[in-house]
Design a protein around this ligand. Structure first.
Ligand code: HEM
Length: 169
């Protein structure tokens, strides 16, 4: 869904280091999901990154079952940059009942984020995830890559998702 102001609002200069993210990205081939406790799965995903002239990126990620196309995971939120620095914060709400702040540093067109704060519904099913790390990287050929790893309480950090996207607008 395009943001109605996206076309008209001028990009806030604070967002220039992240302008490579803006737009709509579609998975070019199904992403791969895994974790030690679940069977491997494949999914497709669309990412929307937009702005309304504020020094904030609005985002929405919608993931679907690769075969039956049914909606699966969704997350949305805001991206803020530290004024005058290269620290980036993602403020995220997930349809699984998690809310999260991830923070990390921007190095060129690679963004590495780690959980800074995490909360869940009182009735969230176990096991409870404790730490999430993700990397967004714009590859030289123009594809965007996302890798997500997570750790459960007392467990090691392990990969959950890997997917690449091509720009669709
Ligand atoms: C940062 C984002 C995400 C987090 C923190 C997250 C977290 C989790 C957790 C904690 C589990 C339970 C693992 C277990 O039972 O041991 C899980 C399972 C699963 N996740 Fe994710 N997930 C994320 C994104 C996604 C995305 C984008 C998809 C794509 C469809 C997805 C698909 C699944 C599936 C299919 C399972 C196994 C079945 C289920 O428990 O629902 N996840 N995820």
């Amino acid at each position: 869904m395009a943001c109605p102001f996206h076309q008209s609002a001028e990009l806030n200069p604070a967002l220039l280091p992240l302008d490579w993210l803006l737009g709509v990205w579609e998975s070019d081939e199904p992403g791969e999901g895994s974790f030690s406790s679940i069977p491997p799965f494949r999914y497709t995903e669309t990412l929307h990154f937009s702005h309304v002239g504020q020094p904030i990126i609005n985002f929405m990620f919608n993931a679907f079952h690769a075969e039956n196309k049914k909606p699966m995971h969704r997350e949305c939120g805001f991206i803020r940059m530290q004024p005058g620095g290269n620290r980036v914060a993602f403020i995220i709400a997930q349809n699984s009942g998690l809310v999260e702040i991830e923070e990390g540093d921007l190095t060129g067109q690679c963004l590495t984020l780690h959980t800074h704060a995490l909360a869940r519904t009182s009735f969230a099913k176990e096991p409870h995830v404790q730490q999430i790390s993700r990397v967004f990287q714009l590859r030289p050929e123009g594809k965007l890559e996302q890798t997500v790893s997570m750790a459960m309480e007392g467990g090691p950090l392990m990969q959950h998702l890997h997917i690449t996207y091509r720009r669709s607008s």
